[in-house]
Design a protein around this ligand. Structure first.
Ligand code: EPS
Length: 388
């Protein structure tokens, strides 16, 4: 399975084409819309989300509610485009109209300036439009298709915020993937500990009043993962590495860790490795999951635990200093519409990209022209692993 996304933040629409989804997967626009809605939500979202009601249109690869194995094309309309017709016009237009909302004061931390240098733009809007986190809409749409496939194979995924703008959320022990999904979905800030809800929301309000932004750390957990996805035999076949790339590719994400992650650097080997146990009912298990479900770049059957860190959104209402690209004079960065935080939404994006990497890997390992074959192959593999 592979995919591309296209579209600008204020262009007419966003598009994705996915190739390699097996035939016979039940898929409706509603499956995708549910996740698009989640991505639009969360406390701390900005004004753009009040303008948009992201809804997907599927224009290929699905017939009578089931995938056909052909490329799947997904579109989401940008309602806001109606107010940007001149600014985002495809055809050349008069200079007077072109210069509307031209950007010459790059925002520190955004792609504006480097994009402008790299592609030789005199209007940094060209960098802004494609580098905007609006693009993550399509990653969520693609991820929703991947999640549909994982669900058919009894693979369960959820995400929650574990650090919100420096505030660590104490996570109760022993929660299942389903518990985490349920608790996070009941929280406006996507946390599993309701006692911290008001404090975090007040903090976001404060940040908004200050014209500032906050990021944090999101955790994604996957249960029911088949053993042996990915491989140690070559660097680019290690599945944790592929997942790390996908997570860090999310706008504003700066780092990733699995299981204990960076904490492992502070412990002895005896306090890090997960001991191997065996029983007739479950086959091999690990008595702990410090390695987050990966050994040698391969899934070991324990839940995948992956965390990503999101920097605060760089678009600030109280802008930082920058330089005008025409005069080289110091200026305040351009003020664009922004969100004090999009961390809960970023969790939905992270869940989507993790699901996409996993679904892709599953189709790499098992025969996957159609769902029937795929289901049989995964079941047979699970039986084999249990009896090993
Ligand atoms: C976003 C859409 C954007 C921003 C935000 C996330 O829309 P607009 O630029 O029209 O307000 O709300 O993105 C950024 C702040 C950014 O710096 O990229 C979205 O759809 O998630």
């Amino acid at each position: 399975m592979r995919y591309l996304t296209a579209g600008e933040s204020h262009g007419p629409r966003l598009t994705a084409i996915i190739e390699g989804v097996p035939a016979g997967l039940t898929l409706t626009a509603a499956d995708i819309n549910a996740d698009l809605k989640r991505r639009q939500g969360g406390y701390g979202r900005g004004a753009r989300m009040q303008i948009e009601t992201d809804q997907v249109e599927i224009t290929s690869g699905v017939r009578h509610g089931k995938t056909t194995g052909a490329p799947i094309t997904l579109h989401v309309i940008n309602k806001d485009y109606q107010k940007w017709l001149d600014i985002m016009a495809v055809e050349d237009i008069e200079d007077r109209l072109k210069s509307k909302r031209r950007i010459t004061h790059p925002r520190p931390g955004h792609a504006d300036l480097v994009g402008g240098i790299k592609y030789r733009f005199d209007d940094l809007r060209n960098s802004l439009e494609r580098s905007s986190a609006r693009e993550t809409t399509m990653r969520v749409a693609v991820g929703a298709v991947a999640k549909r496939l994982l669900a058919e194979l009894d693979i369960d995924i959820a995400n929650h915020v574990v650090v919100f703008g420096g505030k660590e959320i104490d996570v109760p022990e022993g929660l299942t993937v389903a518990d985490i999904r349920m608790r996070a979905s009941q929280s406006e800030v996507s946390i599993v500990n309701p006692e911290r809800e008001e404090e975090i929301k007040d903090y976001i309000d404060q940040i908004k009043r200050d014209g500032d932004t906050i990021g944090g750390i999101v955790e994604t957990i996957v249960g029911g993962v088949p053993v042996g996805l990915g491989s140690y035999v070559q660097w680019d076949r290690k599945l944790d590495a592929k997942m790390a790339q996908a997570v860090v590719s999310i706008n504003a994400f700066k780092g990733v860790e699995f299981g204990l992650g960076f904490q492992a650097g502070y412990r002895k080997g005896s306090q890090v490795m997960d001991e191997i146990v065996w029983s007739k009912e479950t086959g091999y298990r690990r008595s702990s999951n410090n390695l987050g479900g990966f050994e040698g770049g391969m899934t070991n059957g324990e839940p995948i635990i992956v965390r990503g860190v999101m920097k605060p959104i760089p678009t600030l209402y109280k802008p930082l200093m920058s330089v005008d690209i025409e005069t080289h004079e110091p200026y305040k960065a351009t003020v664009e519409r922004s969100d004090p935080t999009a961390l809960p939404a970023a969790g939905v994006v992270m869940e989507a990209v993790v699901a996409t990497v996993l679904a892709t890997e599953i189709m790499e390992k098992f025969s996957a022209d159609n769902m029937e074959e795929l289901r049989e192959a995964v079941e047979q593999h699970r039986r084999f692993v249990k009896e090993f």
